[in-house]
Design a protein around this ligand. Structure first.
Ligand code: SAM
Length: 189
């Protein structure tokens, strides 16, 4: 079976065409950005956001130079996107590995980003989220995300979790949201 990180790449890679339009909402050390860029290719549009300069520096080292790096919260993602429909958005929640563990993603900003980004997905586009929840505050973010995802209108968005259920500790799991139609998406969640 695929690990959670392998499955995240699978769910993302399946919907990113060459020339695709994608966002990495949590650049971190740039591994996901590099993967997304390899799917979309240089003809694509890849934006990678993080609130920490250290993360953007790491990402710059790893990812192709045509990726656009943005230092801001994903809660403000709408300001940096062209308006063209998105094929895929990736999140990897929690703290920067090797960095300051007190700087973490938050429920408020993560949900704000989802409310902005879900309506910008193409039909068939996906938001792929690796949910780390073992750090302080991680449980709250996990619970807020699960409540949000499970209340999305089922005719418009498919929401799944991919999770190993017999791992000890707070093993990370995956949430995937796929937009089904281009009908206007009203989110009152
Ligand atoms: C688990 S790491 C991401 C790992 C990354 N995807 C990779 O491939 O290496 C989480 C990142 O989210 C960033 N972050 C925290 N809050 C954020 C926010 N509101 N907007 C954007 N990035 C944020 C952290 O600075 C950290 O670098």
């Amino acid at each position: 079976m695929k690990s959670v990180l392998e499955a995240a790449k699978m769910f993302a890679g399946e919907v990113i065409p060459t020339g695709g339009h994608v966002l990495d909402a949590t650049a971190g050390n740039g591994h996901d950005t590099t993967f997304l860029a390899s799917c979309a290719g240089p003809e694509g549009t890849v934006t990678s956001m993080d609130i920490q300069q250290q993360a953007l520096d790491e990402t710059k080292e790893r990812a192709p130079d045509w990726v656009t790096l943005v230092r801001d919260s994903h809660a403000n993602a709408g300001k940096y996107l062209s308006g063209a429909p998105l094929d895929c958005v990736m999140f990897n929640l929690g703290y920067l590995p090797g960095g300051d563990k007190s700087v973490v993603t938050t429920p408020e900003e993560t949900l704000q980003a989802l409310r902005t980004l879900l309506p910008q997905l193409k039909a068939g586009g996906r938001i792929v989220m690796v949910v780390y929840h073992g750090h302080p505050g991680g449980e709250n973010e996990r619970d807020a995300l699960m409540a949000f995802a499970s209340s999305l209108p089922q005719k418009q968005v498919q929401a799944l979790i991919y999770q190993y259920i017999n791992q000890r500790g707070a093993a990370p799991f995956l949430v995937v949201l796929e937009r089904l139609t281009t009908a206007e998406l009203k989110l009152d969640v």
